[in-house]
Design a protein around this ligand. Structure first.
Ligand code: C2E
Ligand code: CA
Ligand code: CA
Length: 402
């Protein structure tokens, strides 16, 4: 990963720390580093040029204005970059800082302890990259004509990725992910290239309905392979909640396939805030109709723990940016533990998304009774027939182990 273009501001009242950070960032190839000895100076720099920094590394203990106050002020000034705290932090402070950041719409990436290690800085820069440019490898958006062609030729196709319960080994639900599959041309297009476009052109309902129709029709075949109940999970864009008739439309499509809302989980991303009265009304109505509702990508948006208590979610999915390297990232460990503790009290499920490494899975084993697991390590998203083959081998493996 190349950090050359990242613009970093370091705030610490210790000259020695500023020098160490400069040396480490230079070693990692970061070319634009600015140092400040006080939070006030940092804030006035940001006021002058609000979009000039991709991330701020700040000390927590500084005379006059401390790191917590700086986070609050950054939120007020609508700072869009990431924030890293340079400090050894105990559990309570991390909880407090992350909640404060969420309330103030600041993107807290984590903490690094002193003495500062290069690998730790590198890890946080990587995290910044994944959060700020998540779609770079996936290519350019397709054109409006290509999207319309895909819709009218019924090329929107469900791929499936399981969420498994490590304790029982059961596949509790299967997430449906949209792809455009052209049989004729033999290519598959990922959602990063067409979901935003479909939202902008107000075609997103058509995408969802096509996917819903196909996946609910294939669901029977999937259920036949499984010895236990399993739900289907769909992704909804927050804009789709603006339509207060959305619950009725989805329920009607289900009826056609003899399914009920209790078979379905609807995943709604937290990247865009749910704020309008219509969205909240639709969310409540979906829940009242019996759909399960999941808050997707937790950790990338600004839902704080108090809101989690009042919104009708039945599941929270911890974003990949928190799960990646959770085995060594103390900050992510604390966030995950707080969420699992709250989930046990409030009775919602928690899913760890994007598990890629065995070390992450091993770390998460401590929560296996309270956490569902999803990620490439368990299964990549697959088309129906391939998923059925995966289910067979998963069942063979888990029966063998039990
Ligand atoms: P998402 O809902 O957060 O889905 C998870 C994404 O992460 C999927 O990408 C999945 O393939 C990928 N993923 C799963 N496990 C791993 C892992 O271990 N490592 C890595 N690196 N990636 C993993 P995909 O299928 O490209 O979907 C991207 C996003 O597009 C989804 O993120 C979702 O927000 C959106 N999307 C997909 N289908 C739909 C849809 O039908 N409607 C709407 N509105 N959005 C959709
Ligand atoms: Ca999802
Ligand atoms: Ca997600």
């Amino acid at each position: 990963m190349n950090f050359k273009a990242q613009r970093i501001l370091v705030v610490d009242d210790s000259q020695a720390i500023l020098l160490v950070m400069q040396a480490i960032l230079a070693e990692l190839g970061v070319e634009q580093v600015t140092c400040c000895e006080s939070a006030q100076n940092a804030l006035s720099l940001i006021e002058q040029q609000p979009n000039n920094f991709d991330a701020i590394f700040t000390d927590l203990n500084m005379p006059e204005m401390d790191g917590m106050e700086l986070i609050r002020q950054l939120g007020k000034r609508d700072f869009k970059g990431g924030v890293v705290i340079i400090s050894e932090m105990d559990h309570r402070i991390i909880d407090l800082a992350s909640n404060l950041a969420r309330q103030n719409h600041a993107l807290l990436l984590g903490n690094i302890a002193k003495p500062i290690q290069l690998v730790e800085v590198e890890r946080l820069l990587k995290k910044l990259c994944t959060l700020s440019c998540p779609h770079t490898e996936e290519g350019q958006p397709i054109s409006e004509a290509e999207l319309l062609h895909a819709l009218s030729n019924s090329e929107i196709t469900p791929f499936y990725q399981p969420k498994v319960n490590r304790a029982t080994q059961q596949i509790e639900s299967i997430e449906v992910l949209a792809r455009i599959v052209s049989e004729q041309h033999g290519f598959t297009i990922l959602p990063a290239r067409f979901i935003d476009l479909a939202e902008d052109l107000e075609l997103i309902n058509l995408v969802t309905f096509q996917l819903f129709e196909k996946a609910t029709a294939e669901y029977e075949a999937l259920k036949d392979e499984l010895p236990h109940p399993c739900k289907l999970a769909f992704n909804l864009s927050p804009v789709q909640l603006e339509d207060i008739n959305c619950p009725d439309k989805l329920a009607m499509l289900l009826q056609l396939n003899h399914l009920t809302p209790s078979d379905i989980i609807l995943e709604i991303t937290e990247q865009k805030p749910l704020s309008s009265a219509n969205q909240l009304e639709t969310l409540n109505r979906l829940r009242m109709r019996g759909f399960d509702i999941s808050l997707d990508d937790f950790g990338t948006g600004f839902t704080n723990l108090n809101q989690l208590k009042s919104l009708p979610f039945t599941e929270i999915k911890i974003d990949r940016s928190i799960i990646t390297h959770i085995d060594t990232d103390y900050f992510s460990q604390v966030i995950t533990k707080s969420l699992v503790d709250l989930a046990i009290k409030q009775g919602f499920k928690v899913v760890a998304e994007g598990i890629e490494r065995i070390e992450e899975l091993q770390y998460l084993e401590r929560y296996k009774h309270d956490l569902l697991m999803q990620g490439f390590l368990i299964s990549r998203p697959k088309a129906k027939n391939e998923l059925i083959r995966w289910i067979h081998s998963w069942l063979r493996m888990t029966n063998f182990n039990s």
